[in-house]
Ligand binder design. Structure first.
Ligand code: CA
Length: 226
């Protein structure tokens, strides 16, 4: 899952980036609305954490522009928006939700609460993602960040976890390297490296040969009966 954090307070933005990345999300940061627009028109995000007071505008307008289709962004329909603000008045909450935000969190908040809200929003997925995914012998519990294979815990790196989660939402479907790079890695990933191939390779070794098929020139497929 790939997240965009739009927040101009550097310490907070950095804390969110680190905390979310540690949980296995790919995270990009924008510090104003101009940067946010740049990111949104290029990358396909699953969720955006959006501060209300930004140096060059406000989060409400950005959210409305996004929802009205004024910003041509890939996959905007599936993008969840969680507004972050120091202003906790009822007016602001209503305004945020009316403008197309999915949820609202008032600063200051604990990272644990933010992570719980993020998980809840990502569960409300058009693909029917649930907290616990099961494909054959593999069980992935997103909330507890656990994977088991035939009942035994499997130690995965955050990227392996991200790739597996993405594939488990789409068992039997071919997923391209570009799509994985887009959703599991952040903007610092070099699209010309072998990082996706290498990660899929180590993940496949842990799951057992044959669980993830490589379709040359097309991508990867998790065997639905894996
Ligand atoms: Ca701010």
């Amino acid at each position: 899952m790939r997240l965009l954090v739009v927040e101009d307070e550097e310490d907070l933005a950095d804390g969110l980036r680190v905390g979310l990345a540690r949980t296995g999300y790919a995270v990009d940061v924008a510090t104003d609305t101009a940067q946010a627009y740049d990111r949104l028109t290029v990358n396909e995000y699953d969720l955006m954490l959006l501060d209300v007071n930004l140096p060059d505008g406000d989060g409400f307008s950005l959210c409305r522009a996004l929802r009205s289709g004024a910003v041509p962004t890939p996959g905007a329909g599936d993008l969840r928006v969680l507004m972050l603000t120091a202003r906790g008045s009822l007016d602001d909450r209503v305004r945020g939700l009316d403008g197309g935000a999915d949820d609202y969190l008032v600063k200051p908040f604990a990272l644990a609460e933010l992570l719980a809200r993020v998980r809840a929003l990502l569960r409300r997925d058009t693909n029917g993602t649930t907290a616990v995914l099961t494909v054959g012998d593999i069980v992935l519990d997103a909330a507890r960040h656990l994977v088991t294979l035939r009942g035994a815990p499997l130690a995965l790196t955050p990227k392996e976890f991200g790739v597996l989660q993405y594939l488990m939402i789409r068992p039997g479907h071919v997923v391209s390297s570009e799509e994985l790079l887009e959703h599991v890695w952040d903007a610092n990933a070099d699209p010309f490296t072998q990082t996706v191939r290498v990660t899929v390779g180590t993940l496949r070794r842990k799951l057992g040969e044959g669980t993830i098929e490589t379709l040359v020139g097309r991508g990867y497929r998790l065997r639905s009966e894996a």
